[in-house]
Ligand binder design. Structure first.
Ligand code: GDP
Length: 433
């Protein structure tokens, strides 16, 4: 099956740990195991752990996989050894001396793809699983790993290819198959366009889940923005003082709020100022609010909703969630959502609303930027073909659009991805993946 050489790399990183795993994959994997590990049984039981000692002096397990039943699809051995960099490097050296080559970053997963074990979207799911910091990222990555996007994209591509086949048959063999059934072809293309648009519509959710929901915390000086950031992070990240105007730049922090990855931005207090440094901070605060997915306008409940709040809030000119902070001092402020950075009151409700209005569907394989770009190309091709068919232009012109659509869809799964794209994608992976 495989025409590759045999590669080796630690798949658990190089930090000190109780256990580390070194993977050897390729046609000589078992042969190399025999050299570096013993006792290596004459006929090793696949997917069963064999205890023994290593040539470099450590002891541990060898876990052999037969061709076709491993992560890469190739004959593989995974060695569990003590997780010191010294032991890991010595074992890798021994494998190199026995004929293996050092694996490139992402090469194991690239082989899994090239051997047909997984498609590109599943490989991206593997990468996202490894990089996941929150439960929602883990869930999304799993959907991709399980092939949820691959299945949908393949089904859509099949339909495109079906229409393309009937167009080409009607052009080439019109005597036998007759004229193209245009209403049928148009209906199929309308269905394709709908499906592509549905997937493309998940790009926003995908961006938020992968890179974080950008939440800007804005408001007048001393409203408690920095305190709120600290309370949400559970640390003293931002400086809190009762001197107005201390936050002059903005501060960005990643946080997992109720399973949603967020990038929280604490900003300079909004007010008129003659201080040029503070004015720059205020401008940055406004820009942060403009660029954010959500804006929390924090006002001091003990002062009430002041004219200045009304002015600053209106100047932002976009929907904001108004928070009446310091509700411990004034429980009935009469505006906004009561919270207290000091006591933590209202914060869990605030986090719950974040998730509630995101409408993150647990079974939608939300697409990433690469998928979204291909989907846009696919839609363009489908629309082109649809226009040709509707306008009664020669039907073979529609093939051009469908060709574009099927090749764009195939790039998502990797069926039509060129070698450059595949190399670039896997080069993004870390060593040992
Ligand atoms: P910022 O300028 O908007 O970032 O405000 P800070 O976070 O620096 O807070 C200004 C002052 O308000 C500090 O003295 C905080 O201790 C106080 N403060 C912030 N949040 C609360 C709160 O929920 N309750 C009370 N009682 N005081 C708060």
């Amino acid at each position: 099956m495989s025409h590759f050489d045999t590669i080796v790399a630690p798949i658990t990183g190089l930090a000190n740990a109780a256990v580390a795993i070194v993977r050897v994959s390729g046609p000589d994997a078992w042969h190399i195991a025999q050299t570096v590990f013993g006792p290596w049984p004459e006929s090793p039981t696949p997917r069963a752990a064999h205890f023994g000692t290593f040539a470099h002096g450590d002891e541990g397990f060898a876990l052999p996989f037969e061709e076709g039943r491993s992560y890469t699809g190739e004959q593989t051995v995974e060695f569990s050894i003590h997780g010191s960099p010294a032991s890991v490097l010595a074992l890798c050296q021994a494998c190199l001396a026995a004929g293996a080559r050092r694996a490139e970053p992402g090469e194991f997963t690239q082989r899994a793809f090239l051997n047909g074990r997984i498609d590109l979207s599943q490989a991206e799911g593997v990468r996202d699983t490894i990089e996941a910091e929150t439960q929602s990222q883990l869930r999304l990555a799993r959907l991709h790993r399980e092939g949820a996007l691959r299945n949908r994209v393949r089904a859509i591509r099949e339909r495109v290819l079906g229409v393309q086949a009937s167009i080409e048959a009607s052009v080439d063999f019109s005597d036998e198959v007759g004229e193209l059934d245009k209403p049928e072809a148009l209906a199929a293309l309308a269905q394709v366009a709908r499906n592509v648009e549905e997937l493309a519509a998940t790009a926003e959710t995908g961006r938020i889940l992968r890179h974080g929901l950008r939440v800007a915390i804005v408001g007048r000086p001393n409203a408690g923005k920095s305190s709120l950031l600290n309370a949400l992070l559970g640390t003293d990240r931002a400086i809190v003082t009762d001197v107005p105007g201390t936050t002059r730049d903005f501060l960005e922090e990643r946080a997992d709020l109720g399973g949603i990855p967020c990038v929280l931005t604490d900003t300079a207090g909004l007010r008129e100022t003659d201080d040029p440094v503070e004015a720059l901070g205020v401008e940055r605060a406004r820009n942060a609010a403009a660029a954010a997915d959500r804006v929390w306008y924090v006002a001091d409940a003990s002062l009430g909703w002041t004219e200045e709040d009304a002015r600053q809030h209106a100047a932002l000119d976009r929907p904001c969630l108004v928070l009446a902070n310091k509700c411990d001092l004034a429980p009935n402020a009469g505006f906004g959502r009561p919270v207290s950075a000091t006591t933590g009151a209202g914060l869990s409700d605030l986090i719950a609303t974040l998730a509630a209005d995101l409408e993150l569907s647990p079974d939608a394989p939300a697409v990433n930027a690469r998928h979204a770009a291909s989907l846009a190309q696919a839609l363009e091709g489908v629309n082109l073909a649809t226009d040709v068919l509707r306008a009664d232009r020669p039907t073979d012109l529609a093939s051009v659009g469908l060709q574009q659509a099927s090749s764009a869809l195939g790039a998502i799964t990797g069926e039509t991805a060129d070698a450059d794209l595949v190399d670039r994608l896997f080069a993004d992976f870390c060593l040992g993946k």
